[in-house]
Ligand binder design. Structure first.
Ligand SMILES: [Mg+2]
Ligand SMILES: [Zn+2]
Length: 208
């Protein structure tokens, strides 16, 4: 287990869901030509970068185990998204995906794993790799499992109305709480910055 040096203070992260949150959810995204980033996605990520959050993508890709998505495709797609973000002055600090599914066709991926959201495996891996303070972190996504991940790590969750969000909003689980429900990731970022007083950079006196 890799532990960041003790002198490195832990930083809050904003964990982002991918499909339906930064790009259009087309079902099983398995071709680069089917990638459409939302028009606000790059600006939203750049705002989080500048505010001092680590930005970490956490995506369930059960389509790999279901043979709907080539295993290598995920890395190819994420490299393309990284390029588009970089062109807009934004970046993601870490990419994590879960290839498992309880009904996977690929035997070694057929599992009730500890990484498929709302399980916390991906967030815990990222916390270890990047030095994240989970209790000060957020999860933004278009499904309740994303909000639930935020709560399970001891942080906060925001539902966005893009992707499955509007449908999800209508089938809210009994007793489910949420920090905010926002039309898009741009609104979610505004909510986060507002709740956190401008974010960690501002709190450290580095804000612009
Ligand atoms: Mg999603
Ligand atoms: Zn998994």
């Amino acid at each position: 287990m890799i532990t960041p040096p003790a002198s490195t203070p832990l930083r809050p992260a904003v964990f982002l869901d991918r499909d339906g949150t930064i790009n259009e959810d087309v079902g099983y995204l398995s071709e680069l030509s089917h990638l459409t980033l939302y028009p606000w996605a790059i600006d939203a990520v750049r705002l989080l970068n500048r505010a001092g959050y680590l930005v970490v993508m956490v995506t369930n890709q059960g389509g790999i185990g279901r043979r709907m998505i080539r295993p290598e495709f995920v890395g190819e797609l994420h490299a393309v998204i990284d390029q588009r973000l970089a062109a807009g002055g934004a970046h993601v600090d870490g990419w994590y995906f879960c290839p498992h599914h309880p009904e996977a066709l690929v035997e070694e991926l057929r599992a009730v794993c500890d990484c498929r959201k709302p399980a916390t495996g991906m967030a815990r891996d990222a916390a270890r790799d990047l030095g994240i303070d989970l209790a000060r972190s957020w999860v933004v996504g278009d499904k309740w499992i994303d909000v639930q991940l935020g709560q399970r790590i001891g942080g906060r969750g925001i539902l966005v109305r893009t992707g499955w969000g509007v449908i999800e909003e209508g089938v809210r689980p009994e007793g489910q709480t949420v920090e905010a429900i926002c039309d898009t990731l741009a609104g979610a970022v505004a909510s986060i910055l507002s709740a956190d007083g401008g974010g960690p950079a501002a709190a450290a006196g580095q804000g612009r």
